[in-house]
Design a protein around this ligand. Structure first.
Ligand code: SF4
Length: 379
């Protein structure tokens, strides 16, 4: 069995105002020590369980994995490589925040085989970085990026957010232009979403958050698609843009609904038709692992109909869409047999297009993707 492996580090230097990821602010690196030792234990448990699995990718996300020292990061990656079979040319991505990497750390990461860096830039405007509660500034982004290039990283992603409070179309355009000027290999563009429990949600409830309206948000997305295409990026997934041969292999595992293993607090896995999720709370996660147990909080065998719907929803996110043949090979039944009315209705409303091989979102469907996806959710 081939697997993508996701590793989660749920700690950051501070909590951003919009963030509802499983991450907690810490003051000192040593607070993370018990968690890191549990990561080793969980890796060991799974390496024994999936002796015959081969890792195609490793993706270390968070939180901020790079708040750890270079030695800790590289030791864990080496431990994974020593305990699992790994594919040749395995993609290993580490998420990093500007200001949390230096030459020494980057050298250690490269030596451990990390070959892709994902930098959480978010904006190239200090006002918006501050507004988001980010701890870094634009000069931090630029120096971290240049340092990574100088160290030898030849595959760097920049995350950029849009539809931020007070942001105009021209503010966003200026950020994207500055990002592109650095010549990254990959860009991920995400619109701000308001999540309950965040600082931003509270401000919004109190009427203190001036968000761009839907029309401006669509204009931002549409301009970015055009601008990035003109600048040599392939728009290969709703939110993702890559230079030739620089697509994220790890994320493609998710979009193709292929198996992945999640390690760490709150990480989820999808293996042999089962979806399960680890305890989210790091303390509870540590307790379970230290008792020698898999730290799984909940899980379910996904009904076939649900897996079919999810395969379509995830596949539609990609430029290639969903292939009739691949669907049939996987589920032994034609996509049209199960979803004919949904597909016909979405094609009629101009949100999906189909040819004899596949279905895909239309350019209009890209903007209304969530509405399209809803049609394939198991009712
Ligand atoms: S750095 Fe990322 S994970 Fe950490 S608080 Fe900010 S948005 Fe959340």
């Amino acid at each position: 069995m081939e697997l993508g492996l996701y590793l989660h580090l749920p700690f950051c230097k501070a909590k951003c105002f919009y963030c509802d990821f499983n991450s907690y602010p810490i003051k000192e690196e040593k607070e993370v020590l018990p968690y890191v030792s549990s990561l080793y234990r969980e890796i060991d448990l799974y390496a024994k369980k999936f002796k015959n699995a081969t890792l195609k990718t490793i993706y270390w996300g968070g939180g901020t994995p790079t708040i750890l020292s270079g030695n800790w990061i590289s030791n864990i990656i080496n431990f994974l490589k020593d305990n699992f079979n790994t594919a040749p040319n395995m993609e290993i991505t580490v998420e990093a925040n500007p200001g949390t990497i230096d030459k020494e750390k980057l050298d250690l990461l490269l030596k451990a085989g990390v070959n892709r860096l994902s930098l959480g830039a978010q904006s190239f405007n200090d006002y918006f970085l501050k507004r988001l509660g980010r701890i870094h500034t634009v000069p931090d982004i630029i120096s971290s990026y240049l340092q990574a290039r100088e160290s030898g990283f030849d595959n760097i992603n920049l995350d950029i957010m849009f539809a931020l409070p007070d942001q105009t179309l021209s503010d966003f355009q200026s950020s994207v232009k500055k990002a592109v000027a650095l010549k990254p290999d990959h860009l991920s563009l995400y619109n701000l979403t308001l999540e309950e429990g965040t600082e931003f949600f509270k401000s919004w409830e109190e009427g203190r958050l001036n968000l761009p309206d839907e029309e401006v948000e669509c204009a931002m997305y549409s301009w970015a698609i055009d601008f990035l295409k003109k600048n040599g990026f392939e728009h290969y997934e709703i939110s993702n843009f890559a230079r030739p041969s620089k697509r994220s292999l790890h994320n493609q595992i998710y979009w193709h609904n292929q198996p992945y293993l999640g390690i760490g607090a709150g990480a989820s896995s999808f293996i042999k038709g089962y979806r399960y999720m680890n305890f989210k709370d790091p303390q509870r996660y540590i307790q379970e692992v230290e008792r020698g147990k898999f730290p799984i909080e909940e899980g379910e065998k996904l009904p076939r109909r649900k897996r079919m719907g999810e395969t379509i929803i995830l596949g539609l996110r990609t430029k290639e869409g969903v292939s009739y043949r691949e669907f049939k090979d996987r589920f032994k039944i034609g996509m049209d047999k199960i979803f004919s009315s949904q597909i016909a209705q979405l094609v009629d409303s101009g949100l999906l297009k189909r040819d004899e091989d596949k279905i895909q979102l239309t350019p209009r469907g890209l903007f209304l993707a969530n509405y399209v996806f809803q049609e394939f959710v198991d009712g």
